[in-house]
Design a protein around this ligand. Sequence first.
Ligand code: GNR
Ligand code: NI
Length: 193
Amino acid sequence: MPKFQEAWLSTAIDLSLPSAYVTAMAKLPIITLPDPILRTQSSPIERVDDETRRLIDDMLETMYAAPGVGLAAIQVAVPKRLLVVDTSDKDEPKRPIAMINPEIVQLGQTTRVYEEGCLSIPDVLVDIERPATVTVRYVDRDGKAQELNADGLLATAVQHEIDHLDGKLIIDFLSRLKRDMVVRRFKKQSRTM
Ligand code: GNR
Ligand code: NI
């Protein structure tokens, strides 16, 4: 065997062993417009296993790196009903929430308008009127049923993320003319990249 090859083999990292050289989490690529994947209706998760928890950790890392306040699994090309959200300020401790199979069980009577952005539609902001409060039932990363009463940005973000699970995007709140203008711009951009 040639000398250099021997040297390589002796320093090669054994990926089957836990190692300080192998990072546990991974930042995933975020799908953007006009990718039709974003229009997928996501399917329920049937069991919360290590693969699910790995995906949650990867999605949290991806969301924090972006940075964003929420991320739905379909935005990283996984058509499962899973979202992560964290609306903590950057001078506060992190408050990561992962919701598996989230369901809105109650929407508040009063609404509020918030200027929403989306990591899948960079540089586009849309004023959206939604219920100001929401109650969500979901399964957490330990497979335990949970219910959360949300208001403020958390209520807005959770509704935005659940829309993603149904293939709905913030541009769907625009008039058809404005929506078509945004889609055309992203189609043109993707042609020249
Ligand atoms: O980072 C995000 N900010 C945001 C602002 C207002 C309302 C919703 C959001 S979610 C968004 C990240 C994202 O695209 N999640 O799907
Ligand atoms: Ni979004």
